[in-house]
Design a protein around this ligand. Structure first.
Ligand code: GLV
Length: 328
C-alpha cells in the first residue's frame, strides 16, 4: 500500500524524542549532520516535500520559495521568530507558515534577566579572575556593580516575552517602562505595574536598562539606530535577546568603545555568527551564542508545537500557530 503519510523534511537535528515522534507520525526525512541545510538541499526539499520544518538558520527568501513544488503546503518552523521566512511570498504561493510561540517565553525572559544581571553585576569579569587564579581576596572596592532595585527598565516590545521580562523585573524591584505599537489593556498594564511610552525616543532617554523584546520585521530593523542610541544615558545598559537586526550593531559598538553607553548583553547579532569583533574586546559587554530559548524543556516543547501544527494541518484544520503577513 502506498504511504499516505505526509512527507516531512526537517532541516536540522532536533531533540531525539521529537525526531522519534515525527518518525512515528510522518514520512519524515531527518538530518544526520547538525549544520544549516545547504541552499540546494533546501530547494530540493521544497520541491519534494509536503511539509518543511526549518529553523532560523534557513533563509527562506522569495527566490527559494519560488522553487517550491505544488506539493509543499506547510512550512512548520521550529522557533518563534519567522524573520528568516518571506511569509508574504509563501502566502502568495499558497504555502502556510506556522511557528512555535509561547513555549520560548519564560526561557527567553530568564535569559534577559541573566544578561541584565551579568552586565550590571560584572559576572564575566569575576569569572575571568577566578578562572585565571588571580583572585587575591575580598576587597571593599572590588567588582562594584549597580543595584537593580529602583532602576528603570525600558522594554521595547511588550508581547509575551516583554511581559514575562516585566514580571521578573518587578520582582527585582525595578521600575518597568515599555514601548509598544499598541498600548496594553489598562488592567494588564496595572497588573504588570508597567508605564507605557508612546515615544521610543523619550523612553530610551530616561531608562537605565533597555531590553529588546520585539520581533525583527521591516519596521523594527535598526529601531535602535545611532541617533536613538545617542539618546541613552551614558550610564545605561542595553540587552538584546530578540534579533540583532533591531540594533545598529556598528553604532552600538562605537558607542560602547567611546563610553557613551555603559554596557551591553547581547544574545543575538545583526549578521548571525559574524558579529563585530571589537565587541569581544570590551569588558562591559556580555556576548552569548543565541541561547535565549535553549533549555531542554523548551526545545521539547518547541518540537511538540511543530508536531501539533503539522498534525492539525494533516487532519484538515488550520495549524494553531499559523503566521499571517498581517501579524508581522
Ligand atoms: O530565537 C529563537 C526563536 O525564534 O525561537
Amino acid at each position: 500500500m502506498p504511504d499516505k503519510r505526509l512527507s516531512v523534511v526537517v532541516t536540522r537535528r532536533l531533540p531525539e524524542a521529537v525526531e522519534r515522534r515525527m518518525a512515528e507520525l510522518f514520512d519524515v526525512t531527518l538530518r544526520s549532520e547538525d549544520r544549516p541545510m545547504p541552499r540546494e538541499a533546501l530547494a530540493s526539499a521544497m520541491r519534494e516535500a509536503d511539509v518543511l520544518v526549518p529553523t532560523l538558520t534557513d533563509p527562506l527568501d522569495a527566490a527559494l520559495l519560488s522553487q517550491a513544488g505544488d506539493r509543499l503546503k506547510l512550512i512548520a518552523n521550529f522557533g518563534a521568530g519567522v524573520d528568516h521566512i518571506d511569509v508574504t511570498t509563501a502566502r502568495q504561493r499558497g504555502i502556510l507558515v506556522s511557528n512555535t510561540p509561547g513555549v520560548v517565553t519564560e526561557d527567553t525572559a530568564d535569559m534577559t534577566m541573566a544578561l541584565i544581571l551579568s552586565v550590571t553585576r560584572r559576572l564575566p569579569e569575576g569569572m575571568a579572575v577566578m578562572q585565571k587564579g588571580d583572585w587575591d581576596g575580598w576587597a571593599p572596592t572590588a567588582f562594584l556593580g549597580g543595584r537593580l532595585r529602583g532602576r528603570r527598565l525600558g522594554i521595547l516590545g511588550m508581547g509575551r516575552i516583554g511581559q514575562a521580562v516585566a514580571r521578573r523585573a518587578v520582582a527585582f524591584g525595578m521600575e518597568v517602562h515599555y514601548h509598544n505599537r499598541r498600548r496594553l489593556r489598562p488592567e494588564v498594564e496595572l497588573d504588570l505595574g508597567a508605564s507605557w511610552w508612546e515615544s521610543l525616543d523619550q523612553m530610551v532617554s530616561r531608562v537605565d536598562i533597555v531590553s529588546i523584546n520585539c520581533p525583527h520585521t521591516p519596521s523594527t530593523f535598526h529601531l535602535l539606530n545611532a541617533r536613538r542610541l545617542k539618546l541613552m544615558k551614558p550610564t545605561a545598559v542595553i540587552v538584546n535577546t530578540s534579533r540583532g537586526e533591531v540594533i545598529d550593531e556598528n553604532a552600538l559598538t562605537r558607542m560602547l568603545r567611546a563610553g557613551e553607553i555603559a554596557g551591553a548583553g547581547l544574545d543575538v547579532f545583526e549578521h548571525g555568527t559574524e558579529f563585530n569583533p571589537r565587541l569581544r574586546e570590551l569588558p562591559n559587554v556580555v556576548l552569548l551564542p543565541h541561547m535565549g530559548s535553549a533549555t531542554v524543556e523548551g526545545r521539547l516543547e518547541m518540537g511538540e508545537r511543530v508536531i501539533i501544527n503539522i498534525k492539525t494541518f494533516d487532519d484538515g484544520h488550520r495549524p494553531p500557530d499559523l503566521v499571517v503577513p498581517a501579524m508581522l
